[in-house]
Design a protein around this ligand. Sequence first.
Ligand code: ADP
Length: 559
Amino acid sequence: MSMIENGEIGQVQIQEQDNQILFTNSDNTEIYKTGILEDPYLTQRLYNAGAQFSGEIVEQMSPLLSLLLTWVLPIVIFIGIGQYMSKKLMQRAGGPNSMAFGMGKSNAKVYVKSSEGIKFDDVAGEEEAKENLREIVDYLHNPEKYREVGASMPKGILLVGPPGTGKTMLAKAVAGEADVPFFSMSGSEFVEMFVGMGAAKVRDLFRQAKEKAPCVVFIDEIDAIGKKRDSRVGGNDEREQTLNQLLTEMDGFEENSGVILLAATNRPESLDPALTRPGRFDRRVPVELPDLKGRESILKVHARKIRTAENIDYSAVARMASGASGAELANIVNEAALRTVREGRNTVTQADLEESIEVVIAGYQKKNAILTDKEKLIVAYHEIGHALVAAGQTHSAPVQKITIVPRTSGALGYTMQVKEGDHYLMSKEEIENKIATYTGGRAAEEIVFGSVTTGAANDIEQATRLARAMITRYGMSDELGMVALETVENQYLGGDTSLVCSAETQARVDRRTVELVKKQHQKAVKILTENREKLDELARFLYEKETITGEEFMSILNS
Ligand code: ADP
């Protein structure tokens, strides 16, 4: 507008389709551009200002540039994207040799620099296992020391033991103590639908590990791939290939390369011998169920995480929880904390811990009374029968506590045995006494009620199992002598047995077992008949109070 007023406009061109006006200054040296305004007098005014209307100041792109922009540039962009994508796919597939689309890549979880922060101190008990693994940690810290002497670390270490004893924790602790990367993978993760995929994963895992050395590679549940290869028709090709690849990789890396393999299993006997030969998983570290001291320290480790009262007697709790694994003890402590919250208090007490042992082992108390009075009386006599037979043989307190409150696990009564220490050996007499104790419940029912109930089913099973083991495994029968007639399979998972003898011997074993249990049953009946008054008195007490402790039991017995 001001240029029009000052008469400074040279040429003008109105481009209606582009919605713009181009114009020059009076000596045509500069081109200006502006949008079209809704102004009916514009033309007149331009004319008045002496502007020339012209078709010459066309501001057009050069034809070459426009060709480039409309045809060549898109093609270049597409080629670029294509290149980028194919490079990405290659990377994911782990190099040009692997299959495309990321198949065959190990998805091992890597915890660089012990991000979980588990140390040996967090794993309570298991001193022997830790002792064994400390050497590995020392090696990872200072491989030179070992190389100088020419000593080489075992390539693979197998952690064996029952479930929940802290095998995974120990492996993490090794990495945590050594402050090295930790690769963890479960054996079943290797096994894929397609044959060859597992082997590719193994290759990839080892490639990664070697890059990150020194490091710890942990394979949990290795029995999933390490099972004995057999010639059964239709054997698992994929699993065997994976195993073969693992064996080859373990041979492949040199000693002292800084990669330490740890593996865990609860079925060591099912592993392929090639996997456990020297040079592969040749060191075996047993991780057993914790003993009394171990249980106490595991309880203490886990109690650190909750708010407890000052005066808790952990050794008493540990004594009650005999046979519990580390995982069960962790669970017991947590149950106790939950119970505390449920009852609206803010510190966990001894009683909470004791109750939660019963919860973890036998289930919660059933709220509604489901027993009739008669049944309750029978249960009371039954439980006292066990305890009295036990006391009659050893002359000491046989139980910590008996309760006859039904539990959600289906147990009608619950007896907490005393175990002073851990026994490693049992004499023939002790086993016989134990069988007598098992039959004591049934014996009490017979004496008092003159009939029997189904309540003894579990006792009968246990007594029979012990009696049979005496004959077939411990060589404690005069007739059959020291011959192994049974083998134990799966020692860490229930310990099932299978008979290895002729049908004729089997019949003899059965006969002997029946005789043995019968004899102990008679012994139990004899003890109870001799102490009939005490039996009545104790059963009455339990029936009324529903709970009897070891001390109460002994004081009534000795009064
Ligand atoms: P596994 O691998 O032997 O089956 P884990 O190592 O996974 O058992 O242990 C399971 C859980 O049990 C752990 O997270 C821990 O809370 C507890 N636990 C087991 N053993 C111990 C132990 N010795 N000390 C402390 N906690 C333990």
